[in-house]
Design a protein around this ligand. Structure first.
Ligand SMILES: Cc1cc2nc3c(=O)[nH]c(=O)nc-3n(C[C@H](O)[C@H](O)[C@H](O)COP(=O)(O)OP(=O)(O)OC[C@H]3O[C@@H](n4cnc5c(N)ncnc54)[C@H](O)[C@@H]3O)c2cc1C
Length: 360
């Protein structure tokens, strides 16, 4: 967070749109989708027709609902402006409380530590990222933050954001009465897909806008991609909604082909990355919470230079994560895609080159 140049945030530079005959209208809210007329309605009432439409409305941060949540100094992270506000707040904050130890919360905690603040992270689950990674790898992230000076408190319930001076937050009170003083409170408690347009138009919505593998919604002329889409994934044989950059970058390519009547479906192995302190990692694959049999580590876990593989009960590689080990993620994706039963001892054995691992 905040480490990269602003131009890197954008998928295309501003000039790209005009150069490619794309009519980019910023500051324009779509308020209604009228599938019967094949039109969208803008906030000013203007109607625009379409023959095919892509919904890429993304998602919004879930808001705290505890008393005090509307105090100044309670911040969320989604837009560039949020990042600017948080960066400015870190400049004057000695103590930062982060609610939620998911990816956003942990990356924010790392940024706050880099800015020199004392950081407390509050998480209701037993470990950070427990649902996504499972206990074995969640422990790695817990140790990472603790060793970097974060006061990580898991298994806690936030009861209230307490007031400091001048209508701003002064800390967090937990359900057991513990008070954590903070100059800034940042909530990273998940996101909800922006399905309002689709739902009001009568499209199928279930944890996002439901699509088939061609990213087509229940209306044949309307497609959806990115954080908002709950798309059927042919490799996994189920619908998944992915809240990661690579998915938002690549799904629209398949959607655009399908919108133009080409034979396209989206079957890339889900992928994401994170950088926190000295840990950089890439993850490929998909595991339901609790949906694996064992985790096999290959390399140096305490030294944070390893690959973790999640295996199913049939011995297949469901997902892999390379931590401070590079140029291996394509091979991990091949293993996930290959769907073969693997011998865990060979997966763990550094003497067996990764690209020579094949199924039994
Ligand atoms: C701080 C942060 C850090 C992240 N870090 C990582 C990371 O390290 N790795 C990773 O893989 N992923 C990361 N992600 C996730 C990744 O950025 C998202 O998955 C991706 O941006 C989703 O893209 P999207 O286009 O689907 O949605 P969005 O980026 O949410 O874009 C949706 C756009 O639609 C607009 N919109 C919505 N409704 C309307 C409407 N009615 N009318 C007009 N416009 C509308 C919104 O204003 C928005 O601009 C991060 C996200 C955040 C917020």
């Amino acid at each position: 967070m905040g480490k990269h140049g602003r131009e890197k945030l954008y998928v295309q530079p501003r000039e790209w749109y005009g150069e490619h005959d794309v009519d980019l209208r910023l500051g324009t809210r779509v308020t209604e989708l009228d599938p019967a007329a094949r039109e969208i309605v803008l906030a000013g009432g203007q109607r625009i027709g379409y023959s095919r439409l892509l919904l890429a409305t993304g998602s919004s941060p879930r808001r705290l609902s505890v008393p005090g949540a509307d105090l100044g100094g309670v911040l969320y992270l989604r837009y560039v402006g949020d990042s600017d506000r948080i960066k400015a707040a870190f400049e004057n904050a000695a103590r930062v409380a982060v609610i939620g130890a998911g990816w956003i919360g942990l990356e924010t905690a790392a940024a706050a530590r880099a800015a020199g603040a004392e950081v407390t992270v509050l998480e209701m689950a037993e470990l950070p990222l427990l649902r996504v990674l499972g206990r074995e790898v969640a422990e790695v992230f817990a140790r990472l933050h603790e060793q970097n000076g974060v006061d990580l408190r898991c298994g806690v319930q936030v009861a209230e954001i307490t007031a400091g001076g001048q209508g701003t937050a002064g800390g967090v009170r937990l359900a057991d009465g513990t008070q954590i003083d903070a100059d800034v409170v940042i909530a990273g408690i998940g996101i909800t897909p922006n399905v309002e347009l689709a739902a009001a138009a009568g499209l199928a919505v279930d944890n996002g806008v439901v699509t088939d593998e061609r990213l087509r919604t229940s209306d044949p002329d309307v497609f959806a991609a990115g954080d908002v889409a709950n798309a059927f994934h042919p490799l996994l044989g189920k619908h998944i909604r992915v809240e990661h950059w690579a998915n938002a970058r690549h799904q629209p390519v398949a959607a655009a082909k399908a919108m133009l009547g080409q034979d396209a479906s989206y079957d890339r192995v889900p992928y994401f990355y994170t950088d926190q302190y000295d840990l950089g990692m890439e993850y490929a694959g998909y595991v339901e919470p609790g949906g694996y049999e064992q985790v096999v580590f290959r390399g140096d876990v305490p030294g944070r230079e390893f690959i973790a593989f999640w295996l199913g009960d049939d011995g297949r590689v469901l997902a892999g994560m390379n931590v401070n080990v590079w140029d291996v993620n394509d091979t991990i994706q091949d293993l996930v895609r290959g769907g073969q039963t693997m011998d865990p001892s060979r997966l763990a054995d550094l003497a067996v080159p990764l690209d020579q691992l094949t199924g039994d």
